[in-house]
Design a protein around this ligand. Structure first.
Ligand code: AHM
Ligand code: MG
Length: 339
């Protein structure tokens, strides 16, 4: 069977993490432990996401279930699972989540504040898609703290530029569930075999194609877009050379990005009068995706400057986001510059 073939030939994520740790000498193993807890939390959330359609039968969010407990919304649930998994394993000194206004301080063993990494995440991105059975995702990003070990984590530990990321990744809860991540040595994708509950290396060394023909943008907002974006969209639609391109927009960043990385495309969430700074969050969404994109030979910017070089000023900061095949992002930037 397919399960058997997968097991025989493909490395598991667990095996891969150990090999990666040896190859790149993360001596303390803390980063490996973080990836391991994300792997575990992803499986738990995946199980729940897959049952989401049963909500009408067992009760909707806000209702009480048969045990008399309140039903949680899936994004709140995912947030708690990822945070608790990281806290329980005593491996990070702080966590920031799109779902929480403030960052969380993790004291660690003996309240020593001795852990050196912070994790930032969007636990369930695209959650409006849940109710209609469309893919959603989790995005995460890992940094080394800049404040001294042994002291409580500070806001500065979270407000680092994307270039300082030591790891980033996403989980896409799609037709299959995949975990894709980088530690700065390329990008690897793992597919969950739900029968066994194991992630297998299915997409080693992922790379954007050199050329792409998909553009992903919410064209409903067209009238509000900057002129450069309007011009680029018209360029995508023109009947010239290899165009018109194909338009694909799921409305789940993780899924749109994932498809564009595999098939070749550009994702754009620009500024608009409705969202004057853009919609997506620099720390939870754009920087991790930018790190993965660059590690896969792609490119990411705000239309003018590199996403990962933006100096963050607040936790929930929004930025415009242009991300995908390098040549496509460069073309869009050309239109932004000349508009
Ligand atoms: P969320 O964090 O509230 O789920 O919003 C992020 C999502 C992205 O996944 C998606 O790409 C984008 O918002 C879609 O926004 P829009 O519906 O405005 O096109
Ligand atoms: Mg989000």
């Amino acid at each position: 069977s397919i399960d058997f073939v997968m097991e025989e030939r493909n490395k598991t994520l667990g095996e891969f993490i150990i090999e990666n740790q040896k190859a790149h000498q993360y001596s303390s193993g803390e980063l490996s432990k973080i990836i391991n807890s994300i792997r575990l939390a992803a499986k738990v959330v995946n199980y729940k996401v897959n049952k989401a359609g049963l909500v009408d039968i067992v009760g909707a969010a806000g209702d009480q279930n048969i045990q008399g407990e309140d039903q949680q919304k899936l994004d709140v649930y995912a947030n708690e699972v990822f945070i608790q998994t990281l806290i329980n394993r005593e491996i990070v000194c702080g966590i920031a989540s799109e779902e929480n206004d403030e960052f969380i301080t993790v004291e660690g063993l003996d309240k020593s504040h001795n852990n050196k990494y912070v994790v930032l995440m969007d636990p369930l991105d695209g959650s409006s898609n849940i109710d209609v059975n469309v893919s959603v995702g989790t995005i995460f990003s890992v940094y080394k703290r800049v404040s001294p070990i042994g002291t409580p984590v500070t806001l500065e530990d979270f407000l680092q530029p994307g270039t300082a990321q030591v790891a980033a990744g996403y989980v896409v809860y799609g037709t299959s569930t995949m975990l894709v991540y980088t530690t700065g040595h390329g990008v690897n994708g793992f597919t969950l075999n739900p029968a066994i509950g194991t992630f297998y290396l299915s997409h080693p060394n992922m790379k954007f194609p050199e050329k792409g023909n998909i553009y992903s943008v919410n064209e409903g907002n067209y009238i509000q877009f900057p002129q450069g974006v309007k011009d680029y969209i018209k360029y995508c639609q023109a009947e010239e050379e290899d165009r018109p391109y194909t338009s694909r927009y799921i409305g789940s960043l993780v899924s749109d990005f994932h498809r564009n990385m595999i098939k070749g495309g550009i994702y754009i969430y620009p500024t608009s009068s409705k969202a004057p700074k853009g919609k997506l969050r620099l720390l939870y969404e754009c920087n991790p995706m930018a790190f993965i994109a660059e590690q896969a030979g792609g490119k990411s910017s705000d239309g003018f400057t590199r996403t990962m070089e933006t100096i963050p000023t607040e936790l929930h900061q929004r930025v415009p986001f242009f991300c995908g095949v390098e040549a496509m992002v460069e073309k869009a930037e050309e239109f932004m510059k000349n508009a």
